[in-house]
Design a protein around this ligand. Structure first.
Ligand SMILES: *Cc1c(COP(=O)(O)O)cnc(C)c1O
Length: 468
């Protein structure tokens, strides 16, 4: 086995660089990245030849030498593909944190394009002709929608909680019920966030029961606030008791301290109207007397990632002055997208149609089933090598919202004939538009609740090829 002859067959770099296809590549992508990929591919070739233990393996390495220009081209192109990509969410979980939570509508995205591809009045007061405030665009709107006095927005709700506590309770104590010391996904733990904000946590009550007197007895001159946390992602049922904002309000007032509520999801409409469980609304919290309320922009609200803080003017003003605010501030993408989503809420009848998250949550079972049926028919008509069926299923809202809610709908199940379910799942993830489904009962499930009509068209096309 003479390996040196094979090493000699690897073309020299300057020869490679002058090949027409590589020259085109350099023109399009620049010399540096092409050189980079040439080095990587050549090293890989040498490694292959070095590791070859038989003539066959050497022959295979020889094949790679012939394919070298193509391999270089592919690796340069691969490097230029954005890693953040559109995926199809066939899991049925509407607020899927791993898949980017709330989608915004195409109409909203188009309006957003106009703003962010040019300049905007992000921090410019057009009426006055001088510097303005980036929160001004939606502060009034938020106040109108929620009944609060003032509003501001930071990067996400975790940041909002941090800022609220740091501004109102740093160096003092904050009283929280033990039943509300929750952990939200992504390691957001109420006690840890409090520690990081510089406020001391005073736990009262027990996991299942906290009484008014527990708060009353824990109050000291060091107490700076009473905090309520909505236990978004779990429920304690049975022998339970908690104290509402309306009850805590007089106690806090008597001590001259604020009542803060971290609502988590922060829904602005009454979901009960659509047959769901009651989720406390932002308006209810303000009406009950909360001085400061914070919630996410990209959970049930259906907007961009953001942490919305609303409440009494004096507290919001104090937060704007906190140095942390500068570090947590939102950019023009968020400000614009958030205002557009909030504008939809001016019309409570239309909002469930125009905000994708609300549309998916409130879509009637029958409509979801029809979409599943149509997708299954398309796949069957294209002659996929698989057993395809439509079955009833239940979807979740996700994002730590309404954990007990199950939305009845339908899924398309696929049992491939020539590969395993696991292999199909894997193949689906590497498609040009990757598809995330779930596997159960020896089938891949595509839940139609989180699929748009456009998704179904892409899916049918892609799956036909995979299952050919
Ligand atoms: C989700 C949640 C958070 C964190 O919000 P993000 O916007 O994800 O940062 C904080 N508190 C509660 C109660 C939540 O449900």
């Amino acid at each position: 086995m003479d390996k040196s002859a094979w090493y000699r067959k690897i073309p020299k770099v300057d020869i490679l660089l002058e090949m027409p296809e590589i020259r085109l590549l350099r023109e399009k992508y620049g010399h540096e990245i092409v050189m980079d990929k040439i080095r990587v591919q050549m090293e890989e070739l040498r490694r292959k030849i070095g590791a070859a233990g038989s003539e066959e393996e050497l022959e295979a390495a020889g094949e790679s030498i012939r394919a070298l220009p193509q391999a270089i081209e592919e690796s340069v192109q691969e490097q230029h593909k954005p890693r953040v990509r559109k995926v199809i969410n066939a899991t049925g979980t509407i607020l899927h944190t791993n898949l980017g939570r709330a989608p915004i509508s195409r109409e909203q995205a188009e309006k957003l394009t106009d703003i962010v591809t040019g300049y905007s009045n992000l921090e410019y007061d057009l009426a006055a002709g001088h510097r303005g405030e980036r929160y001004s665009h939606f502060a009034q709107l938020l106040c109108r929608l929620t009944g609060a006095e003032d509003a501001m927005v930071v990067n996400n709700n975790a940041a909002a909680v941090m800022l609220v506590l740091s501004t109102l309770a740093k160096g003092g104590e904050v009283i929280v019920s033990r039943g509300e010391l929750v952990e939200i996904g992504g390691k957001f733990r109420v006690p840890d966030v409090m520690a990081a904000s510089g406020a001391d946590l005073v736990e009262v009550g027990t996991t299942n029961k906290t009484h008014f007197s527990d708060y009353e007895e824990a109050l000291t001159e060091r107490t700076k606030a009473l905090l309520k946390v909505h236990t978004s992602n779990y429920r304690i049922v049975g022998f339970t008791e908690s104290v509402g904002i309306d009850e805590l309000k007089p106690l806090a007032e008597a001590h001259g301290i604020p009542v803060i509520e971290d609502l988590g999801s922060g829904v602005l409409i009454d979901l009960e109207k659509y047959g769901l469980h009651h989720e406390p609304t932002v308006q209810e919290s303000i009406r009950a007397g909360a001085d400061v309320v914070c919630f996410s922009g990209d959970k049930l609200l259906g907007g961009p990632q953001a942490g919305i803080i609303i409440g009494k003017k004096k507290y919001i003003q104090a937060m704007k002055k906190n140095q942390l605010t500068r570090a947590l501030r939102v950019d023009k993408f968020t400000v614009t997208a958030l205002e557009l989503v909030l504008l939809e809420y001016l019309n409570p009848e239309k909002v469930v149609q125009n905000v994708p998250v609300l549309r998916m949550i409130t879509e009637p079972k029958e409509a979801v089933c029809r979409r599943a049926q149509a997708l299954a028919e398309k796949l069957t008509a294209r002659g996929c090598a698989a057993e395809i069926a439509v079955v009833p299923c239940e979807s979740q809202i996700g994002g730590g919202s309404l954990p007990l809610e199950r939305l009845p709908g339908a899924a398309v199940t696929i049992r491939p004939q020539h590969m395993s379910t696991a292999a199909l799942e894997q193949r689906m993830l590497s498609l040009p538009v990757p598809v995330v489904g779930r596997a159960a009962d020896d089938a891949v499930w595509l839940d139609a609740r989180t699929l748009s009509e456009a998704d179904c068209d892409i899916l049918a096309e892609e799956l036909t090829e995979v299952l050919a």
